[in-house]
Design a binder for this molecule. Structure first.
Ligand code: URA
Length: 190
């Protein structure tokens, strides 16, 4: 990982006006954590709290993510890297539009290239479909690891789905994180 390259990318993103989401943001939510981490999480896009804080996953979903990270991986957010598909908040927390995702995609791809994580955990449909280049939904895609770069991609539900849904969603998220942990271990196997 080149620290200078990562900082240059961040500086570029913070001034981005490539799509209309720029007009409504308080700030760009580039990402947080250790750019040299082996593990990267990719969510959908900032919500109101993230837009205000300038940091991904600081609201209710983020609290759950922090808890699952601690309980299943024994890690804190500072030990991995967390980013989103889109770096600016969609108004009223609507879904990001295809053209917004396309405009923002080079930032995420560059983040992944520079961090070069061993394992990427995608949270929910948007990140999973984008990075696996598929139209298949998360329910069908989760439950296994996929080759990705020099490592693996582990798709799981978005924490908001676990907050809304049944205990089963949460249990499946836990199982997916255990899969990620195994892949992170030296000589990690699926
Ligand atoms: N949901 C996301 O997908 N990302 C965030 O940063 C917060 C909530």
């Amino acid at each position: 990982m080149s620290p200078a390259g990562f900082e240059a990318l961040r500086t570029e993103a913070l001034a981005c006006t490539r799509c209309p989401l720029a007009a409504g943001r308080t700030q760009v939510v580039f990402g947080v954590g250790d750019p040299a981490a082996d593990l990267m999480f990719v969510g959908e896009g900032p919500g109101r709290e993230e837009d205000l804080a300038g940091e991904p996953f600081v609201g209710r979903s983020g609290k759950l993510l922090d808890r699952l990270m601690a309980e299943e991986l024994g890690m804190q957010r500072s030990e991995c890297y967390i980013a989103n598909v889109v770096k600016c908040r969609p108004p009223e927390n609507r879904d990001p539009r295809p053209e917004e995702i396309e405009s923002c995609r080079p930032y995420l791809e560059a983040q992944i290239d520079l961090i070069a994580p061993l394992v990427v955990v995608t949270l929910g449909n948007f990140a999973t479909k984008l990075l696996l280049d598929t139209t298949e939904g998360i329910t069908r895609l989760r439950g296994r690891a996929y080759p990705f770069g020099a490592g693996h991609l582990v798709p799981t539900f978005h924490p908001a789905a676990a907050l809304r849904g049944s205990g089963e969603v949460l249990a499946q998220m836990r199982a997916d994180l255990v899969r990620a942990k195994r892949l992170l271990a030296p000589g990690g196997l699926r």
